[in-house]
Design a protein around this ligand. Structure first.
Ligand code: NAD
Ligand code: UFG
Length: 343
């Protein structure tokens, strides 16, 4: 079976993608500098799957390390997940984001060009849409982009770089996947999200309140123009997302993909859930109350973000299967079994 390179494959989303690729029969090489992950995720994936992935510790900004990888392995396609992803840090340290996300991606694409590796899937984010008006919800891929922070800008830049390289590279085909809000964990509870330090995002924060590591959930704003006043997002189970990557690779390596094109595809469920919906679903999953209080709005948050995922269904034959209850149950199973993550 074809061999797939997953950059950032030891991370939250990457570890689930690698597992799903292995279980679909692909061989996988993981390249990750472990700056935001643990090699334990890859060891566990190896135990859970049909065949262990090859793990290479390295940095996407290191062209020589990438040359050695591509010389040692006949890679059919790259899934490029490696990068930095904290919105707040990208505002205070934009240079890190331009270096790792933009310069790192360019270094990777140059190595692919040197070694004749012509198929790439890029992990982008719905954040590239910026602050679209609530009337545009659910958003399809035609909604104009307009990222409002350096993280989102780097994601859009890499989309554009990959699109331009693909448009002229003989035999090149790529896909940009724009994820909405990935949450949950593999249903075994063996792998999951393991944020270093203070968790910025809703699911990991609630998970830490549920284990007693944090005292109380702050609900950022209950005066939004939504049915219960709290902001709405399109949460997507990480295993649905992982399956979407397998479909993306099947598509790129199959007969339907068109040379020199880089389609952009939203990966979301198409259904929104409010912060209060999420809080209630977590209490149901845990079977106990989770302390919460209303706090002021968080700067930069929009009222509603929701995907129109029709294109993913039509082009890739993919749609999300798991609902909010399953996302909370699986996330909780992982957190309860691993209260300190991989540490
Ligand atoms: P993560 O931090 O868990 O995974 C990223 C991985 O990349 C980590 O294992 C990290 O060690 C590795 N990495 C970072 N810099 C590297 C470098 N210079 N060289 C090699 N490896 C490096 O994050 P995640 O949530 O799994 O996100 C994966 C991708 O999906 C990222 O590109 C992120 O921007 C994108 N994304 C994530 C979300 C989300 O909410 N989690 C939403 C949309 C898009
Ligand atoms: N929220 C709270 N309390 C918290 C944390 C979050 O009320 O402690 C609220 C937020 O205000 C927001 C919602 O929960 O209304 C979701 O917040 P997250 O931080 O989990 O997710 P965001 O939608 O803000 O952003 C995430 C990623 C971005 C990515 C975006 C779209 O952090 O990188 O999804 O994919 F771009």
């Amino acid at each position: 079976m074809p061999k797939i390179l997953a950059t950032g494959g030891a991370g939250f989303i990457g570890s689930h993608v690698v597992l799903e690729l292995l279980n679909s029969g692909y061989e996988v090489v993981v390249f990750d500098n472990l700056s935001n992950s643990s090699v334990k995720s890859i060891e566990r994936v190896g135990r859970m799957s049909n065949g262990a992935p090859v793990f290479i510790e390295g940095d996407i900004r290191d062209g020589a390390a990438l040359d050695a990888l591509f010389e040692a392995h006949d890679i059919a396609a790259v899934i490029h997940l490696a990068g930095l992803k904290a919105v707040g840090e990208s505002v205070s340290h934009p240079e890190r984001y331009y270096d790792v996300n933009v310069a790192g991606s360019t270094c990777l694409f140059n190595a692919m060009l040197r070694h004749g590796v012509k198929h790439g899937v890029f992990s982008s984010s719905a954040t590239v849409y910026g602050e679209p008006a609530p009337e545009t919800m659910p958003m399809d891929e035609h909604v104009p982009t307009g990222p409002v922070n350096p993280y989102g800008k780097t994601k859009l830049m890499v989309e554009q770089i990959l699109t331009d390289i693909t448009s002229v590279g003989p035999g090149w085909r790529s896909l940009v996947l724009r994820y909405f809000n990935p949450v949950g964990a593999h249903t075994s509870g063996q792998i999951g999200e393991d944020p270093l330090g203070f968790p910025d995002n809703l699911f990991p924060f609630i998970a830490q309140v549920a284990t007693g590591r944090r005292k109380i959930l702050n609900i950022f704003g209950d005066d939004y123009d939504t049915p219960d006043g709290t902001a709405i997002r399109d949460y997507i189970h990480v295993m649905d997302l992982a399956r979407g990557h397998v479909k993306a690779i099947d598509y790129l390596l199959g007969s339907k993909a068109v040379d020199n094109e880089t389609p952009v595809v939203n990966l979301g469920t198409g259904h929104g859930a409010s912060v209060k919906d999420v809080h209630a679903a977590w209490e149901a999953a845990c079977g106990f109350k989770i302390a919460a209080q209303v706090a002021p709005r968080r700067a930069g948050d929009v009222t509603i973000y929701c995907a129109d995922a029709t294109k993913a269904k039509e082009m890739l034959g993919w749609e999300a299967e798991f609902d909010l209850a399953k996302m909370c149950e699986d996330h909780w199973r992982w957190q309860a079994a691993n209260p300190e993550g991989y540490r």
